[in-house]
Design a protein. Sequence first.
Length: 203
Amino acid sequence: MEPLKYEGGSRIENRKLEQVHVIFGLPTVSYTDDSFYDLQVFNTLLGGGMSSRLFQEIREKRGLVYSVYSFSSHYVDGGLFSIYAGTGANDVGELMPVMCDELVRATEDLTEEEVARARAQLKASVVMAMESNSGRCETLARQIQIFGRPQSMEEIVEKIDGVDLESVRRSGKALLDGTPTVTALGPVDQMPSYDDLAARLRS
């Protein structure tokens, strides 16, 4: 197969919908990269649930979204880190700069407590994913495809426990070096420009 090639860019489509659906993406590491679990912890504390930074700042404090979370997709030769938000037509102009600012801020002022909480949350999700037959089969099949063998739960937990504050911060900062992808669907008249959002990550 040809190697993965990430280019970034923007795709904005104006439609008559009740919400604006936005995904903001950045290239990230592969399944086999040494910093894979650093990125998973960063993803968890940034946008992995109701206690995450994105949820607390953008939904609870500012009331700018119906839903907001981050997620990552990984492959053998690369990956994609993304933030999804569903917002109103009148809020998307304020939302997007705040989203970028929260991503940058998370690389600068993380705390040991946040990292410890995210590690615990990630370990719990790994364990719960193995509780169903389908989840266990999917996980084992992916591990065999990528690593050539199943990985034990103890091995995975050990890698998560090895994540610390500095490694999470490095993982987050590495995201900011990438060229962003911005997609939006809905009433997007107030959507900020791609160049303004890209520049905000480097300010």
